[in-house]
Design a protein. Structure first.
Length: 283
């Protein structure tokens, strides 16, 4: 959709907005693997206010997880040789660790594993895969790591019928998911040559179960300069719509500041912050 010579970007439903991105793969099917649309997303997390982690996770697995035919979680821990100053994968080591990552999936494919994600940090990589049964996995993993004899590794296999590692370690918390969505939209703006520091109209949509909840939210943002417009969407559990509009910058810090504030205020009254729209500004 193009309006006023600009490209309109919408940050609502994640998979719809980025369905053309190369890291979102087509439907994967096969004799021994569950079908789903891969949707890989990278993000960062800080643990205990100190330790940084870089996480990449297949968000698309939420379509099918937990998979009852894949109740065993295989975690592979690999010690990096030359992490960067933050304990993350360095450019020096990126190529070989990427090759190792690919080797895990291909070398363990005979066991029908599903690759769920990876956590990097503190000089270590933890890879998470789900398998139907543990038999033979250790031997296959040994064969894979024989291709990388310079690396030390450990592995553990636990039964996780509920896919706890996926949902509680890999998958973003709600606020992390919102920040991730923001970052992907901003990256998309930058690819189109946007001047992120230029203020422009940014519109937001928020939904509520009751008119009273909407009024409470409006009271919480009073004085922040938003133009508001009420609406109603029938046949939904949150039919009371609110559209907000204000001139704002769209750099990472600015976006996270005002959008996370709106997101939290909406949650505080039982509402749902749905997304935002803006136009590309090149001058």
């Amino acid at each position: 959709m193009v309006l006023g010579g600009g490209i309109l970007l919408y940050m609502g439903f994640f998979s719809k907005l980025f369905s053309s991105k190369p890291d979102i793969q087509p439907l994967r099917t096969g004799k021994d693997r569950p079908a789903h649309t891969e949707n890989w997303a990278p993000y960062r997390r800080t643990v205990d206010d100190a330790t940084a982690q870089s996480i990449i996770v297949d968000l698309g697995l939420t379509e099918i997880a937990p998979v009852k035919e894949r109740p065993f979680c295989l975690r592979i821990d690999v010690i990096m040789h030359s992490p960067d100053e933050h304990g993350m994968i360095s450019s020096e080591e990126f190529e070989v660790l990427s090759a190792m990552d690919d080797a895990f999936e291909s070398g363990l494919a005979v066991h029908g594993v599903t690759y769920a994600g990876r956590i990097s940090g503190n000089g270590k990589i933890a890879v998470y895969l789900y398998a139907s049964e543990p038999a033979g996995i250790e031997q296959s993993l040994t064969a894979v790591m024989a291709q990388f004899p310079q690396y030390k590794y450990e592995h553990i296999i636990d039964r996780e019928d509920g896919w706890n590692s996926y949902f509680h370690l890999l998958y973003p918390e709600p606020i992390e998911l919102r920040t991730l969505h923001n970052s992907l939209v901003i990256d998309n703006l930058q690819k189109h040559g946007d001047k992120l520091e230029k203020a422009r109209l940014v519109e937001h949509w928020v939904y509520f179960s009751t008119e009273s909840d909407r009024n409470k939210f409006l009271e919480s943002i009073k004085g922040q300069g938003f133009k508001t417009e009420n609406g109603k969407v029938p046949n939904t559990d949150k039919p009371f719509q609110l559209k907000l509009a204000r001139e704002d910058k769209v750099d990472h810090d600015s976006v996270d500041t005002y959008i996370l504030d709106l997101w939290q205020k909406a949650r505080d009254v039982g509402g749902e912050y749905d997304g935002w729209e803006t136009f590309i500004v090149k001058e």
